[in-house]
Write a protein that binds this ligand. Structure first.
Ligand code: NAD
Ligand code: UDP
Length: 311
């Protein structure tokens, strides 16, 4: 069995990934400074004999024996990263360098959790991996978008320079249990508002689209990519191609919660992508992966998670 490092392992995606890797009998080292994640996400893993938590900032050099590295450390919520742009950019770039240096020393395989935000506000729709994106380099989202783009650059330069075994996955909006209730992402916000009987906050006219993928599907693709042949480096899109407007999402959440909440419209925000939908032909072909959880089913599971934590 392998020794696997998950940076950002106490976050939403990272905690599900740690669970999956432990379930397969691996030893898992979770490196996190709880910047946007929380110990409660992994509290059920702390007594596991093959689980180790290291509370550390990924921007500081780190060394351990390891076979594989999943680099997830970075806030993913627009609210949090826009409040902390410098920390976000440094985490993305310095964190990538530190994890790549560790991979080089250990001859470990390394996977980068990249993002659909590398496409910015896309002029090509849906987005294939070959699209180079439309990112505003000086806007309020740039700390995240350009940080993640820079991290991709570093991954490919380390691969070309040191023949490192790299995997770059461009993750589209993922949701599910253990989303941070306070980080302002649309799925958690709208569910919590619906359950509390508060008005659902729709930014802009709500006609902007996203394509929401359930966490189990995303984590499954992450695992498949890490375990794919070394020749498959990516970048590879992972997401659910089923596209919906924010208004559609709000109305589905109202139906599923049975809430009588109304909608309230907030001003549109700068550089908010208007449309986003992944082309996942590469993931289907190369990883034999296809998302299997419908938005309705995934939302039901997410709603029951938030019902429990709001009790
Ligand atoms: P999250 O905020 O829940 O998790 C990120 C984790 O990284 C947190 O536990 C946080 O404490 C940790 N972290 C942040 N800065 C750190 C630092 N300097 N040192 C150590 N740990 C640090 O977010 P998430 O949704 O689980 O996203 C995980 C990864 O996947 C991120 O890299 C994100 O960019 C990427 N991603 C997520 C989505 C999504 O929809 N959830 C989409 C695209 C990409
Ligand atoms: N959004 C919204 N209401 C909210 C939070 C977000 O309408 O309470 C919108 C946001 O402006 C964006 C979309 O929902 O257009 C997705 O936002 P999120 O922060 O979840 O993720 P993003 O895809 O922007 O990273």
């Amino acid at each position: 069995m392998k020794k696997i490092l998950v940076s950002g392992g106490a976050g939403f995606l990272g905690s599900h990934l740690c669970e999956k890797l432990l379930g397969e009998g691996n030893t898992v080292i979770c490196l996190d400074n709880f910047f946007s994640g929380h110990e409660r996400n992994i509290s059920h893993l702390l007594d596991h004999p093959q689980f180790e938590l290291i509370i550390q900032d990924v921007t500081l050099p780190f060394s351990c024996e390891v076979d594989e590295i999943y680099n997830l450390a970075c806030p993913a919520s627009p609210l949090i990263y826009q409040q902390h742009p410098l920390e976000t950019f440094k985490t993305s770039i310095l964190g990538a360098i530190n994890m790549l240096d560790l991979a080089k020393t250990q001859q470990a395989k390394i996977l980068q959790a990249s993002t659909s935000e590398v496409y910015g506000d896309p002029e090509v729709h849906p987005q294939p991996e070959t699209y180079h994106g439309n990112v505003n380099p000086i806007g309020p989202r740039a700390c995240y978008d350009e940080g993640k783009r820079g991290a991709e650059t570093l991954f490919f330069d380390y691969q070309r320079t040191y023949q490192l075994r790299i995997k770059v996955m461009r993750i589209f909006n993922t949701y599910g249990p253990r989303m941070n209730a306070n980080d302002g992402r649309v799925v958690s916000n709208l569910i919590i508002q619906a359950l509390k009987g508060q008005a659902l906050t729709v930014v802009g006219d709500g006609k902007q689209t996203r394509s929401f993928c359930f966490v189990d599907d995303t984590v499954d693709a992450m695992w498949r990519l890490m375990n794919s042949p070394d020749t498959l480096t990516g970048p590879i899109n992972v997401g659910n191609p089923s596209e919906c407007t924010i208004l559609d999402l709000a109305s589905l959440i109202l139906d599923l919660t049975g809430s009588k909440s109304t909608l309230t419209f907030l001003p549109a925000t700068a550089d908010d992508p208007l449309r986003r939908q992944p082309l996942v032909d590469m993931a289907k072909k190369e990883l034999s992966w296809t998302p299997s959880v419908s938005l309705e089913e995934g939302l039901k599971q997410t709603i029951s998670y938030f019902e429990k934590i709001l009790r």
